[in-house]
Every structure is written in structure tokens, then in C-alpha cells.
Design a binder for this molecule. Structure first.
Ligand SMILES: Cc1ncc(COP(=O)(O)O)c(C=O)c1O
Length: 412
């Protein structure tokens, strides 16, 4: 219990503090952590030594003023990455480095949103974006998706319905490539239709491109920003390409939009040491790094998919994604994904419930999201097996495991 005497003076509406986990987390298939075996510790240490000896004295200064957009070397690396894999060809004056793309989402929200504003989102979308936009008082209007991602016809219908109510949405927030949580990838034709529709309705697009480097499905379609730079503010991150704990994200937009955003970035600059080291590492290890993370995460996805098939049988529907770090699993209608979360947490096994990844929570009720990056293959097998058994104990499904009927444990 806190001894601080003035908690009652804290402002209203603060985010709730979750209860402590009932057991030490053992198998974390929740959140968006990365794979420990993919952190290139030795190469990173060498890069850190080199760059600190060469540029370390730069750490004496706040990272503000003309340097506020971020470390030049890192922005050159990012420009290079975007040219190679996303069809985005921009100079470094269009790139702002942020403290994770979470901060980038905050900054863009602050740029546009006041309470009561409407934002269009995919019906299933990133929990962190949902909570951030709601914290700014925005109303989120979901747009239906299919196996390819956001449906442009559904977006058009929503825009017409909103217009009939006299509502003009502030922007569309979308994750077109390896969507979180569904894993869908919007085709080039649909990307073109989407930016055309948005242009006709004068609708800005906030494109969150978190996972396009973690893609093993061949050549990814170009980013929306590459198709319509005047309509899109582009956000991405090194959290999935490299490591979430380095907290490096970025925004790509017009230089004057970036200058406006920089005025709201009150952190004295994103940590320079991280930027220097990561830039030094990627200047040498771009292609080999991406090849390695794609191969390894693809393999872990396969292990997870195979285990879900074995443990859940016909009770689980999912599509194997062409990238990313999640399996988005649909359970039978009657199952609430929350009904076995507490029992799993008591065993130290964590997964995400679908309600948190849906603009209309009810739509996510019978879905769960499994992150396969952090865990070992044995942990994936154990975690999914326990989740399936606990789901059975709470809901009676999946009734079989590998064609053998499941049994409930004897009553204690
Ligand atoms: C779609 C999406 N956007 C943004 C983020 C935030 O990432 P970070 O703040 O680590 O860059 C995540 C993290 O999982 C994500 O999935």
C-alpha cells in the first residue's frame, strides 16, 4: 500500500493500474516482445565501442534545436531501409526519430485530436493506438476488414454515414502491412483504391508500418506514404525490426509538419546513445539482419500454428500470417477469450484477449492473440497446450487433443 498522502490530488481519468500478476510470468505470449536470440549482442557491442570512441563527445549536448529531428546517421539508415523495402524515397529532412512509435502515435494524436473528434480505424487494431486515441477523447469508428485488411467499400460506406450525421473524421489510422493483430497485407490495388477514396473525402491517413521489415511473403507492396505523400503521415519503429527496448521509432512527413510535431515533443530529444549505436550497427548489417529475423520468426510462427492446430483442432480458426510476431486466433462463438486468462496467469502463462484489440470490444470476444517471438519453441508448445486445456475446462472446447477426448482435472 502506498504511503504517499496526496494520491487523492492526482488528476481524474488516469489509466488504471493493473493488479499484480498472480504468478511469476513464465511463458509470455502477450504483448509484442521480440526474440532474445535475435539480439546481435556481440556485433552490437562492437558497434557501440566504435561509435562511442568516434562520436561520444556529442552526448554532452541536449538533442534539441536544429538536431531535434534525430541523429543524422540513423536517419540516413532509416531512409535507406525505407527505400529498399517500402518504396519510400525521402531525404532525411522528412524523418523525425521518436522514442518508440508509441510516442509517434501520441504526437500525431496531439497534432489532430481534441475531445469528441472521430477517427476511423480497422475493426481490429493495435491496442496501444486504441487506448491513446481514446485518452485524447476521440471516438473510434471501426471499418470492416477481410482477409486482405481494411475494406475500401466499407470505409466508403462509413464516410457516407458519418457525412449524413454531419461528422467529418479527423483521420484514418491504418496498419496496411502485416496488420496488428490480424496479420493481413493490403494488396497494391487496394492501397491505390484506399488513397483515392481518402483523397476524394479529404481524409488524412496515419499509416502505422510497424512490421513491414518482418515480412517473409516476398516483396511487400509499397507503403501508402509512397503512393500519396501529400495525404499520409507515416509512422514506423525499430522495435520489431531490431529491439523494443531501444525505444526508437520514427515519423515521415512534410518537413513543416515535422517541425510542428517537434514543437510538441517535450522530452529534450530521443536518447542519442541508442541512436548512434543502432545506426552504426545497421550501416553494416542491414540485409543480413533482416534475413535472419525473417527466417527465425517465420519458423516460430510455423511452430505456433502447428501447435494451435494440434491442441485446438477445429475449435481454432486462423490464417498463417506472412510476417509479424502474432497469431490471431478465432475461437467458437460461445467462447470468451477472457474466460481462461486468469487460470493461465496463475500458471504464469500470458496471452492477449481479443477485446483489447477491437474498436468494438464485443467483436473481439471470442479471439485471442498469441505472440510467438519471445518464447522458446518448447515454451510455445507448453503454453499453447495449457491455454487449450484451460479453455476446455472453462468452456468445454476444444473437446479433443489430437483426436483424444480431453478430461477435466479431478475436483480439488
Ligand atoms: C502497430 C503497432 N504500432 C506501434 C507499436 C508501438 O511500438 P513501439 O512504441 O515499441 O515502437 C506497436 C507495438 O507493438 C504496434 O504493434
Amino acid at each position: 500500500m502506498s504511503e504517499f498522502a496526496y494520491r487523492h490530488l492526482f488528476r481524474a481519468g488516469l489509466p488504471p493500474i493493473p493488479p499484480p500478476a498472480p504468478a511469476k510470468p513464465r511463458i509470455l505470449m502477450n504483448s509484442g516482445h521480440n526474440a532474445p536470440e535475435l539480439i546481435p549482442c556481440e556485433k552490437l557491442a562492437a558497434a557501440a565501442e566504435r561509435v562511442i570512441r568516434r562520436e561520444g563527445t556529442a552526448l554532452a549536448r541536449y538533442f534539441s534545436g536544429p538536431r531535434a529531428l534525430g541523429h543524422e546517421g540513423l536517419r540516413r539508415v532509416l531512409a535507406d531501409m525505407m527505400r529498399k523495402t517500402r518504396g519510400i524515397d525521402v531525404g532525411i529532412e522528412r524523418i523525425l526519430v521518436t522514442s518508440g512509435s508509441g510516442q509517434a502515435i501520441d504526437l500525431v494524436d496531439w497534432l489532430f485530436l481534441t475531445p469528441g473528434d472521430v477517427v476511423l480505424v480497422e475493426e481490429f487494431t493495435y491496442h496501444g493506438a486504441i487506448t491513446r486515441m481514446r485518452r485524447e477523447g476521440a471516438e473510434l469508428v471501426p471499418v470492416a476488414m477481410d482477409e486482405e485488411g481494411i475494406r475500401v467499400d466499407a470505409l466508403e460506406r462509413q464516410l457516407e454515414q458519418l457525412a449524413a450525421r454531419g461528422v467529418k473524421p479527423k483521420f484514418l489510422y491504418t496498419i496496411p502491412t502485416v496488420q496488428n493483430p490480424t496479420g493481413t497485407v493490403l494488396s497494391l490495388a487496394r492501397r491505390r483504391a484506399l488513397v483515392d477514396l481518402a483523397r476524394r473525402h479529404a481524409l488524412p491517413i496515419v499509416e502505422d508500418d510497424c512490421y513491414s521489415d518482418v515480412f517473409w511473403g516476398g516483396e511487400a507492396p509499397p507503403a501508402l506514404y509512397a503512393l500519396a505523400p501529400d495525404q499520409v503521415i507515416y509512422i514506423s519503429t525499430l522495435s520489431k525490426t531490431f529491439a523494443p527496448a531501444v525505444r526508437l521509432g520514427y515519423v515521415v512527413a512534410d518537413p513543416d509538419v515535422l517541425q510542428q510535431i517537434v514543437q510538441m515533443k517535450r522530452d529534450g530529444g530521443t536518447g542519442l546513445l541508442d541512436q548512434m549505436i543502432v545506426a552504426e550497427y545497421f550501416a553494416e548489417h542491414h540485409d543480413d539482419h533482416l534475413a535472419e529475423i525473417r527466417a527465425r520468426l517465420h519458423h516460430k510462427m510455423k511452430v505456433t500454428a502447428e501447435t494451435v492446430r494440434k491442441e485446438f483442432g477445429v475449435s481454432a480458426e486462423f490464417t498463417e500470417p506472412d510476417g509479424g510476431i502474432y497469431l490471431w486466433v478465432k475461437l467458437p462463438e460461445a467462447v470468451d477469450g477472457r474466460s481462461f486468462a486468469a487460470a493461465a496467469a496463475r500458471e504464469g502463462i500470458l496471452y492477449n484477449i481479443g477485446q483489447e484489440w477491437a474498436a468494438d470490444a464485443e467483436q473481439g470476444r471470442n479471439r485471442i492473440r498469441l505472440c510467438f517471438a519471445l518464447t522458446t519453441e518448447d515454451e510455445i508448445r507448453e503454453g499453447v497446450a495449457r491455454i487449450a486445456q484451460l479453455c476446455f475446462e472453462a468452456n468445454g472446447v476444444p473437446a479433443f487433443r489430437d483426436n483424444v477426448a480431453r478430461e477435466r482435472p479431478p475436483a480439488a
